[in-house]
Design a binder for this molecule. Structure first.
Ligand code: DMJ
Length: 627
């Protein structure tokens, strides 16, 4: 390639500006103005300069106002419609907005920054606005709440007395509005499911279709008890009719033992308990008995997959291993099925798994590897210890089985306590620069500062343990981890957490949380709002509700699809293009919205934690009465 000649340069420049003659005449005008300026006397020039200066000052507010408002054609809020057109029609603030609102919403930058700016600007009228907020509806609430509430710590601020730890006062009316907003969100999600995916497993809200996993109406069953708890009677009745008339498990389909246990068996059992309707118990017995072939293995550690029509089971094609979390997180459901049916085989099968895992070698201070072999019953692929994917709910179910059974099964408690010590000794670290407490992973003796969003179940589980008499420092740790999980949301540009984060630990880091490109998705997961629910129930600290409200607003802003439903997204770091994935997971209705509603509920008897224990899919099962 030859170097550009002067001629090339000029022609490129001209093309960019329109035409050569336009450029020449502009130059000519500039020269002629300069000549006239030079012909003026010094006094005349000074007077003109003073006048220009005064005009400049007078017009300053208008200029800055205009800059702040941004151009509605190019700012982030108007770009978004082209990305998620359906969502915007309904969910984005209509344009043009009143100036005061536009000032706030058009700014780019992380929500935490935007909120700080709002707070500063409105500090003087906070009290008046707070009172007014009591009568506001969902859309109006956002602005007011963000002025009052705690925000994520600025660098160096996540300590006692920091904004994140300030006491928050919420009016009864505000929280009632938040409950309504959750009901509204559920109805919206349900509308999409009903219109485009009725009776199928999952809604694909953008393509207005569905995807099938087991072909068992997964979202519908996962949602039953949520509708009951949220008081959505009409929707519940429609779904119940489908269960009564359409749902059959006599189908030649392979289902995953763990997923169908926690979502289908768990969902049916809890709906039976809440409603007393034996339809749900009958269906629970049917699916429960069809899942039992999974336990017919040489080791009695179950296979991952079962064909519920044929009564055969098998591991995945590529291995004879099962996932540790999967085989140890089906116990609450099968134990309850035995208690209700008085048929001991369900409880016996899952208790055998716990017994074997309790005795196994290969743990690190009570922490388990991720895989277990169905032939010899030994851990495999040893050396990786995580509280995230493939191990997470093992820890959750140790505690919850102990609670379910009336706190008598000491092996479960011992394993749980030892595992939490294992977490403290091996996985717990602080980030830099702000000292966020996080749970990393150990891989073959090496610590990795990686934390899955899935780990955010842990604050809630630790708090539940402390509430049930376990060491008080579990609650301290729960609070610290809760803060970290919230930061995983609020430090992202959309205010939604990615699937996985990495924490900085080296001195001189400028930010605590890093996200790899491949980890930027958000699947509408529940773990953080689940933990917020527990933390609020036990501490009554309103800040947890406010955090939940922020998260719900961000789900509404970036994942809601106007024709119905919510979608998982690919990129939580790009508010202009979050890149919808076109899938609404059943746990968004089964768990995320249920926990949000319970977080905002003022009635501690709405699923009392003295009477119920939630399975890992948020289906409440009764704590057994002591004999
Ligand atoms: C749910 O199916 C359950 O909460 C499970 O324990 C983990 N994964 C999803 C939600 O993220």
């Amino acid at each position: 390639m030859h170097p550009p000649s002067r001629q090339d340069y000029i022609s490129i420049n001209f093309a960019g500006q329109g035409s050569g003659s336009y450029n020449n005449s502009k130059q000519w005008r500039r020269q002629s103005c300069w000549r006239k300026w030079k012909q003026l006397s010094r006094l005349q020039r000074s007077l003109i300069l003073i006048l220009l200066f005064i005009c400049g000052i007078a017009s300053y507010p208008a200029v800055t106002e205009q800059l702040r408002d941004g151009d509605p054609e190019t700012d982030s809020n108007s770009v978004f419609p082209h990305v998620l057109p359906e969502a915007v029609k309904q969910d984005q603030p209509p344009l043009p907005e009143p100036t005061s609102q536009r000032k706030l919403s058009n700014r780019r930058g992380p929500p935490v920054l935007q909120n700080r700016l709002q707070k500063k600007e409105n500090a003087s009228n906070t009290v008046v606005e707070d009172k007014a907020s009591d009568n506001k509806k969902e859309g109006e609430e956002e602005e007011v709440i963000s002025r009052r509430g705690p925000e994520g710590p600025k660098d160096g601020e996540n300590k006692e007395g920091s904004p994140a730890n300030q006491k928050v006062q919420l009016s009864i009316q505000s929280v009632a509005n938040w409950r309504e907003a959750v009901q509204e969100a559920f109805r919206h999600a349900w509308k999409g499911y009903k219109d485009f995916a009725w009776g199928h497993d999952e809604l694909r809200p953008l393509s207005k279709s569905y995807s099938e996993w087991f072909g068992l109406g997964l979202t519908l069953i996962d949602s039953l008890d949520t509708m009951w708890i949220l008081g959505l009677k009409e929707e519940f009745e429609e779904a119940k009719t489908w269960v009564a008339t359409e749902l059959t498990f006599n189908k030649n389909v392979d289902v995953n033992l763990f997923e169908s246990t926690i979502r289908i068996l768990g969902g049916l059992l809890s709906t039976y308990h809440l409603t007393g309707d034996t339809l749900f118990l009958d269906k629970a017995k049917d699916i429960g008995s069809r899942l039992m072939p999974a336990f017919n293995t040489p080791s009695k550690i179950p296979y991952s997959d079962v064909n519920i029509g044929k009564g055969t089971a098998h591991p995945p094609r590529w291995t004879s291993d099962s996932t540790v979390a999967e085989v140890t997180s089906i116990q609450l459901e099968f134990r309850e099925l035995s208690r209700l049916t008085q048929e001991p085989q369900y409880q016996a099968a899952v208790a055998e798994v716990m017994k074997q895992v309790h005795k196994l070698n290969g743990k690190l201070d009570g922490l388990v590897p991720m895989f277990i072999n169905t032939n010899n019953g030994q851990f495999t692929h040893q050396g990786i210890y995580t509280l995230g994917a493939r191990a997470d709910s093992y820890y959750e179910y140790l505690l919850k089985q102990w609670i379910q059974g009336g706190k008598k099964e000491n092996e479960l408690l011992e394993d749980y306590l030892q595992a939490i010590e294992g977490v403290k000794n091996n996985l717990l670290q602080k980030s830099s620069p702000n000292g966020l407490t996080f749970v990393g992973e150990v891989s073959h003796g090496q610590f990795s500062p990686k934390m899955d969003h899935l780990v955010c179940f842990l604050p809630g589980t630790l708090a539940l343990g402390a509430y049930n008499g376990l060491p008080a420092d579990h609650m301290d740790l729960a609070k610290q981890l809760m803060e970290t999980c919230y930061q995983m949301y609020i430090q992202m540009e959309t205010g939604l957490s990615p699937e996985i984060v990495h924490f900085n630990m080296h001195q001189g880091s400028t930010r605590d949380i890093e996200v790899k490109l491949a980890d930027r998705h958000n699947l509408l997961r529940p773990e953080t709002v689940e933990s917020l629910f527990y933390l609020y129930r036990f501490t009554k600290d309103q800040k947890y509700r406010e955090w939940g409200w922020k998260i719900l607003q961000n789900f509404n802003k970036y994942t809601k699809v106007s024709s119905g439903g919510y979608t998982s997204i690919n990129n939580v770091r790009d508010p202009d293009y979050p890149s919808p994935r076109d899938k609404m997971e059943s746990f968004f209705l089964g768990e995320t919205l249920k926990y949000l509603y319970l977080l905002f509920s003022d009635d501690p008897n709405l699923i009392s934690l003295d009477q119920y224990v939630f399975n890992t899919e948020a289906h409440p099962l009764p704590i057994w009465p002591s004999n």
